[in-house]
Design a protein around this ligand. Structure first.
Ligand SMILES: Nc1nc2c(ncn2[C@@H]2O[C@H](COP(=O)(O)OP(=O)(O)O)[C@@H](O)[C@H]2O)c(=O)[nH]1
Ligand SMILES: [Mg+2]
Length: 460
């Protein structure tokens, strides 16, 4: 990383202040070329972590571009561990882009998304889990998520796992020594002792795995999709749940042609509600595309509200949607709508089809009957059974590795119960410590790192 990168770190619009961040070996000399301080200070010789008032000036013609405050921070006590300069310009497009242009002309390269944090990771200031929490922090959807993620950014969330890593590596070293130099050893292998440790380690890893769903909801919100055939009252229910006229409702089938999204908070969690185009006979290209989008959204749902028109028996279109939804193996809440009319649908066949643990509510989007039950059931059943108070937030990558660690611990237990430490046990220990190092990012591949950091915004 011998080049110097720069980017606008704040969003560009009308705001009082906008920040341009420069990081790398030439950060200070670039600033020196462009910055004129009131007191003629030389940026190359000012103390670290100081703030300076002055102007950004075009070095070619001496024209003043903006009045700024310039922060000078020398590595290694910086975000990237490199020399960093932050220029606090005025927030409009013109001062920010013109200043960035000059910084690039003076020798910096435009940073890629997440490149500052990538440098922080590559220079060992943060581990991979901390860097990932920075991404999620920027988009966090709830205050609870914020607390959990700050904890990860600080490096606390995975401390118990890293302590486990130390124990695993100690055992691994002793077992390998016993295998290689059995005659020299004062230590003798106690299978019961190791099994007790494995038990503790497994419990710890399970706590992390169990927190995945709740932390996902906290960070990203819960995706709730309203699905069903055309004209059953999906859009009417969406509006009732939101208590506003969000979706267009008519008696004409096919009124909703695209996915309509809105949101509300339940138990402090952002619930994103999506109303979809109904399934039915396709009359034109728009409806075909609408249905394709409905299917796609259903596949991403955390919970599907599957709506039926209670005043009519089930028909082929209902059956089609039922098949599609059951095939997704997602959590489903069955809503039998139009309860203000005579009920002619067989609710037993719905329960038989989806299983008796799937809740079913009779509702009327017209009279409002049962609407409170919808939000209450979502809050109680789907948001409450999440162990939200575990104080942990893990992402999908971390969950994948933790699940592998869990498997490896089980495999180790079986091997130990079968007999003495042998090559297989040593090999399983090696796998285990490799997995923990992957979690932390001590072991990584270019591909993985690129995948993670390209999700960042530019300037972070
Ligand atoms: N009687 C009655 N009619 C309803 C109810 N909910 C919706 N409707 C009517 O059913 C038709 C279709 O409603 P809409 O919400 O557009 O259905 P969607 O196609 O599933 O989105 C409209 O004429 C609504 O007024 C209800 O609970 N009772
Ligand atoms: Mg609709």
């Amino acid at each position: 990383m011998d080049d110097t990168i720069a980017a606008i770190a704040t969003s560009v619009g009308q705001s009082a202040i906008g920040i341009i961040k420069i990081s790398g070996p030439s950060a200070l000399s670039i600033a020196q070329k462009l910055f004129r301080s009131r007191k003629n200070k030389n940026i190359l010789s000012v103390p670290s972590h100081t703030l300076h008032y002055g102007f950004i000036v075009n070095p070619k013609n001496g024209q003043k571009i903006d009045e700024v405050l310039l922060a000078v921070m020398r590595g290694p006590h910086t975000y990237t561990r490199e020399d960093v300069v932050e220029i606090n310009c005025h927030g409009g497009r013109a001062p920010l882009y013109k200043t960035l242009d000059l910084v690039l002309e003076a020798g910096a390269r435009l940073a890629e998304p997440g490149e500052f944090t990538k440098r922080a990771f590559l220079n060992g200031r943060v581990d991979l889990t901390q860097a990932e929490a920075v991404i999620d922090l920027i988009t966090a959807q709830s205050e609870q998520a914020l607390h959990l993620l700050v904890n990860t950014v600080e490096g606390n969330t995975f401390k118990p796992i890293y302590a486990l890593q130390k124990e695993v590596e100690d055992w691994q070293a002793r077992i390998e020594a016993e295998l290689n130099f059995p005659q020299d050893l004062s230590w003798s292998f106690q299978p019961q002792e190791l099994l007790a440790h494995l038990d503790q380690w497994t419990k710890l890893v399970d706590t992390y795995l169990n927190s995945y769903e709740s932390s996902k909801f906290l960070i990203e919100g819960m995706k709730l999709v309203i699905a069903g055939k055309a004209n059953v009252g999906k859009s009417s229910l969406m509006n009732q749940i939101l208590q506003k006229e969000r979706s267009i409702i008519t008696s004409i089938p096919g009124t909703t042609t695209d996915v309509i999204e809105d949101s509300l908070y339940l138990k402090g969690i952002l619930v994103r509600i999506m109303d979809t185009a109904g399934f039915g006979k396709v009359k034109n290209e728009i409806e075909r595309e609408g249905m394709r989008r409905s299917q796609q959204i259903i596949s991403q749902a955390d919970l599907i509200l599957l709506v039926f028109d209670g005043s009519q028996p089930l028909d082929e279109h209902d059956l089609l949607v039922m098949d599609l939804v059951r095939g997704q193996q997602k959590k489903v809440l069955l809503l039998v709508n139009k309860s203000d009319l005579d009920i002619r649908i067989k609710t037993e066949s719905l329960i038989e089809f989806f299983g008796s643990s799937t809740p079913l509510i009779l509702v009327s989007a017209l009279t409002g009957e049962g609407i409170c039950d919808i939000t209450r059931i979502i809050a109680d059943r789907y948001l409450d059974d999440q162990p939200a108070n575990l104080g942990l937030a893990i992402n999908l990558r971390q969950k994948g590795i933790l699940a592998e660690i869990r498997q490896s611990l089980t495999a180790l237990g079986e091997l130990i119960r079968d007999g003495q430490p042998d090559d297989q046990v040593a090999e399983e220990f090696r796998l285990l410590s490799r997995l923990i190092r992957q979690l932390r990012g001590d072991l990584w591949s270019e591909d993985l790192i690129d995948q993670i950091f390209e999700k960042f915004c530019i300037g972070k």
